[in-house]
Design a protein around this ligand. Sequence first.
Ligand SMILES: [Zn+2]
Length: 414
Amino acid sequence: MRKGWKNLGAVVMAMALGMAVLNGCAGGKAQDAADQMEAEASAGDLTDSQPEEGEADEGAAGPETESSSLEADRTKETAPAMEDRDETVYVTGDKVNLRKDGYLSAEVAEVVPIGTELKRTGYSDTWSRVEYDGSTLYISTQYVSTSKPEIPEQVPAGTVLENGGVAVAMDPSWEFADYSKINSGTATLYKSQAADKKGITVCVNAGHGTQGGSSVKTLCHPDGSPKVVTGSTQAGATSAIAVSAGMEFLDGTPEAKVTLAAAKIFKEKLLAEGYDVLMIRETDDVQLDNIARTVIANNMADCHLALHWDSSTNDKGAFYMSVPDIASYKNMYPVSQYWQQHNALGESVIGGLRNAGVKIFSNGAMGMDLTQTSYSTIPSIDIELGDKGSDYSQPTLEKLAAGMVAGINAYFGK
Ligand SMILES: [Zn+2]
């Protein structure tokens, strides 16, 4: 298997010791099934009151540099008068909002990465009117320039990082890559040094951890059909939040911190067991939406596990998000080709967790229509390792990781 190593071709970018040289990225992807309950809590996500959205306007780059009079102009509820322009401009900040109108509380239509080329048709000191993807939108004038910004250099395929991993970016030619809106970040591929190598790559996806991800929406299903099960996103919706922020444990710890800690432990155990590992995220923020994460996994790994904790509070136990038993969903490509594998992987992992002494919720499966599942072309699950009320101490995370490794061994017959 190990398809990852063959596909490194055009997709590797340099990262220095886990610091993405490429800091780009923007868009978002649809909310995952796993996050559905959590999403309820953040139903207001798309308003401008969300702090992360504000940040996007300022660009990731940094401090507000506008004068206060510009700020006043930018925040008033009508677009300023504009001079006509007909020129090409480039986005100079990262994760910059394109809004539906020229004021700060106007709806965000897109979030674009540094270097994005736009046609400017209107100019004022504060806002510029631009054409993007066939739409007329508005961007803060301070984040565009007629000269092209320097964009971090891409390095040749197969570049090995100092930490032994290989940075992997999404190849835009991959199936479903076009559906992703946040994809300037990189995942990292690690090769096992164990004596007994499995020749199998496991994608470990630490849930959440994409700054600005809740201000962008992506299609729930590649065919544009509506969601069939209500989770964080209601059934009937065709688009959902790209990457939600995740819940907070009862002690206030963000879920994204715990999924990351668990992912790192899981990675080490997999490598020791002889598996190669594709880590989607190794820091607090990776600019990869749920679709980008899934597409990279599809092309670089042999199975995909997204780690989450649920938003209930009663420590109800672990379960995986199974493919819901709804014909229209099971008949939709690519779910139609892979749903048995998703469920088989889920059953194996739940079995491994149960044998490791982990409490399991109900029968260990909950049917959910997730973005991840909807775009997966390898065995792929969202695993909820507990909830807001669960212990997430180091020994518990070790136990959970050991159980998941045993489940993967069972799935691949190792
Ligand atoms: Zn989650």
